[in-house]
Write a protein that binds this ligand. Structure first.
Ligand code: ATP
Length: 497
């Protein structure tokens, strides 16, 4: 209505100016530019950009096609049962559930859960991301919020459904605390509009709208958004545990020719810390590698390679010269010897293949899923990290820059010991500890591990060069080979009586 009055008024003004003999050309030009900008901003929001084509309409994803995440699925389904049973809701006078917030790291299946929710509730599904609402033009974000709610109703009516699920990924971009952005007026208007739309959702609406949003930064959200009556259900979507990883691998290998010798449980064990998206990529990469090498089936060799690829990046074509290769092999052997000494059976493989930013690497198999760490464990990890450069020093007479990342991580672990109150400083507030004392305490922790590493490596000095030699020649050795060599050395040093 306001738009029509505006256009009419502008046309009348033009006519009056024309009659009075004023040159209206610059004015027409200006109106043209403004009109174009308005149309451009509006058309961006129309649908294409903020509702991806594949994500409109109903969803065919069901909860059974999501691996692991049992708790998240259960919590979500419980919340959705309210949406499904509208009659009961009316009878009991329950206000409608307006929003569900999924909290978790990237790639853990939040989008899949939202799609499954739409399927479970027989709803239309629209997906967008917080970043799609960010515009430099004031008011456009708010307009897009209005538009997506309208679009949801339209979609549901077209599909003859009585409800619609709107999924907003990265809600923190759009729903951050008000007043915290530099161009806060635009952000605040967008968020205000979202709050208005959510408040407008009513039990009597012909099309019931449910908002599902995802974020990794719940602390960033404006409190108004997470107060009861808005996003009043939060569901944690964590990285999958061993059983979850196994389920996800099963789902993503269902359509692939697995070799009978493949043990998916072992693959799941090897992929500790991976998200669902990582695991999907492992299954896909393993199949690609098998195809490239002309293999009929996907063997565990391809899975192992795929895990390394997903973890460290693509193999690099460039190969260091002989001298550097030798240093890399010695360095990695040092890490592996300490790892095996501290936790026997922990080394899965050692390689001098360059991938991503690593020139070589040693892979450990986690024996159990740990969420809490003792001082002994952290010190052990520090020793493994420090062992690469120590092996270089003992075998080649000097160190190299290859250890700088190891040192950074070792310092981080030392800091973790101190902040957790496990150092000789006891329980402390880091802000009140003088820098000198902190430095000395870190040095104490690092020096004691360096001494431990040196003592261990001296014991195996005789075999470091042998192992490194095999590594240079074969590019990769497995943990069993290393263990055999270590056992032989131990027998040599302490022959049975
Ligand atoms: P982001 O926060 O980065 O948007 P997300 O949590 O929404 O990530 P999804 O987009 O749902 O993650 O997952 C990406 C892909 O990873 C999926 O298409 C699927 O192939 C795979 N995936 C992730 N989690 C699971 C799971 N639990 N079960 C099966 N596949 C999964």
């Amino acid at each position: 209505m306001i738009k029509e009055i505006g256009i009419g008024g502008a046309a009348a003004l033009m006519v009056i100016l024309l009659v009075q003999g004023v040159n209206v050309m610059p004015l027409i030009f200006l109106v043209g530019i403004l009109g174009f900008l308005y149309f451009f901003a509006g058309s961006r929001s129309a649908t294409k950009n903020f509702v991806s084509a594949g994500d409109r309409g109903g969803s065919s994803i069901s909860f059974s096609s999501i691996g692991g995440q049992e708790t998240a699925k259960k919590e979500l389904m419980e919340a959705l049962d309210f949406v499904r049973d509208q009659k009961l809701i009316h009878k009991m006078g329950i206000r409608p559930l307006k929003g569900i917030l999924l909290i978790g790291p990237p790639g853990t299946g939040k989008t899949l859960l939202a799609k499954a929710a739409a399927n479970y509730t027989q709803s239309a599904f629209l997906s967008t991301s917080g970043s799609e609402f960010v515009e430099m033009y004031a008011g456009v974000g708010a307009q897009r919020v209005r538009q997506i709610f309208r679009e949801a109703v339209k979609q549901a009516e077209k599909l003859k459904k009585s409800s619609a699920v709107i999924f907003i990924d990265e809600i923190d971009i759009l729903g951050g605390k008000r007043g915290s952005h530099s161009s806060h007026l635009e952000y605040d208007q967008t968020l205000n509009q979202l709050l208005v739309e959510m408040d407008g959702i009513d039990v009597k609406d012909k099309v019931k709208i449910l908002l599902i949003a995802a974020t990794n930064r719940v602390d960033m959200l404006d409190p108004a958004l997470i107060r009861p009556g808005r996003f009043d259900r939060t569901v944690n979507v964590d990285l999958p545990d061993l059983e979850g990883r196994m389920q996800i691998l099963l789902l993503h290998t269902k359509n692939k020719p697995l070799d009978p010798e493949v043990d998916l449980k072992a693959v799941a064990r090897d992929s500790f810390g991976f998200s669902g998206a990582h695991l999907e990529s492992v299954a896909n990469e393993a199949a690609i590698l098998a195809m490239r090498e002309g293999s009929e089936t996907i063997t565990s060799y391809y899975f192992s390679d795929a895990i390394e690829k997903v973890m460290m990046g693509e193999r690099l074509e460039r190969r260091p010269d002989e001298e550097q290769l030798w240093r890399i092999a010695v360095h990695e052997t040092g890490h592996a010897l300490l790892s095996e000494e501290i936790r026997p059976g922990s080394v899965s493989s050692i390689t001098t293949t360059s991938r991503g930013r690593a020139l070589g690497y040693m892979r450990q198999t986690p024996d159990k899923e740990s969420y809490l760490y003792t001082r002994e464990y952290l010190e052990g990890q520090m020793a493994v990290l420090l062992a690469g450069s120590k092996a270089e020093e003992l075998t080649l007479g000097n160190r190299s820059t290859g250890a700088s990342n190891d040192f950074q991580q070792a310092v981080k672990l030392a800091r973790q010991i101190i902040t957790s109150g496990m150092s000789s400083l006891g329980v402390i507030c880091m802000d009140n500890v003088p820098g000198k004392i902190l430095y000395e305490s870190m040095q104490e922790l690092i020096k004691s591990q360096e001494a431990r590493v040196e003592e261990t490596l001296q014991k195996y000095l005789g075999i470091i060069k042998d192992i490194a030699g095999v590594l240079v020649k074969n590019e990769k050795i497995n943990g069993d080979y290393l263990r055999q060599q270590m056992e032989a050395q131990r027998k040599k040093l302490n022959p049975p009586a």
